[in-house]
Design a protein around this ligand. Sequence first.
Ligand code: HEC
Length: 196
Amino acid sequence: MWILVGALAGCAPDGAGPGAQADGSNAGGGGAASLAAGAPEHFGFGTAASEARIALWDIDVKPDGEGLPPGSGSVADGRQVYELACMQCHGPTGTEGPNDRLVAAGDWDPWPPGRVFGAYWPYATTFFDYTRRAMPQATPGSLSDDDVYAITAYVLHLNGLLPEDAVLDAESLAAVEMPARERFVPDNRTGGPEIR
Ligand code: HEC
């Protein structure tokens, strides 16, 4: 609404568009109080979302691992799924592309690092969340949770962050320490503590 009011104000010769007040509020805005007399409060479209439907969308995983589903996957299984579902866009070793690099351990220095998962992302759990919701790009949501654990394990292994015989589940994934973890600092609005 701020943008709309600004745009309207920009068009008006005196700098005040329809409904725009000097204090930035919008007297003509769409609050319930301004419904035309006799307008219905609801139009009867749709139905309330059921718990089951909400659960299908409620898949976010937090940095500390909260929200990770049951299941597990190994580096070895991840290699197979990666080659089927990811390699054509991210390259045989996660570095060749044509799309984003996924592998670049130790590339933090010199500042700033390439924003590659292995070197830059502070939490491994974000890789699980992102892959499950957004990849493979043409068919997101097509992978099982076990597949996503396995791919996560494999890509962490390619980054040198997990051994070849590793198996990931909710607990072990949340315990992975990314190299960039301590490089991010809370923004204290004064520039933050010095970046290491
Ligand atoms: C059809 C091509 C394609 C396939 C297949 C694909 N990706 Fe991607 N991936 C992309 C593109 C394009 C982006 C960049 C998306 C963007 O920036 O919005 C991307 C971005 C990513 C990123 C974020 C990278 C970053 O640093 O921001 C991750 C992680 C990722 N993909 C993982 C995977 C995994 C894991 C698979 C296999 C399950 C996969 N992708 C399969 C095309 C693909």
